[in-house]
Design a binder for this molecule. Structure first.
Ligand SMILES: [Zn+2]
Length: 84
């Protein structure tokens, strides 16, 4: 279930935490609350294979507009900043 006990990027210990993951499909975005292994040092996140395949299913459903079972949270805005 747990892919790594140590961070593959920096070698520090991974901790199981609840995180928010943004998944985009077509014009839609879903905010998914999910458990992941998170590196306390560099912030690297690792998801289980099962979780990643669930992300893919959600992405597919978003792009097909199959969103009836998802809870609507609000609107998503696109803002492009031109910088200084
Ligand atoms: Zn790390």
């Amino acid at each position: 279930m747990v892919p790594f006990e140590q961070c593959p990027v920096c070698g520090h210990e991974m901790m199981r935490k609840e995180v928010e993951k943004l998944v985009r499909g077509g014009k839609h975005t879903a905010v998914i609350t999910v458990k992941a292994e998170v590196c306390a040092h560099c912030g690297e996140r690792l998801y289980s294979k099962e979780t990643i395949s669930q992300f893919e299913q959600i992405r597919l459903r978003l792009s097909r507009q199959e969103t009836a079972q998802f809870q609507l949270m609000g609107q998503t805005f696109k803002i492009v900043l031109s910088g200084a």
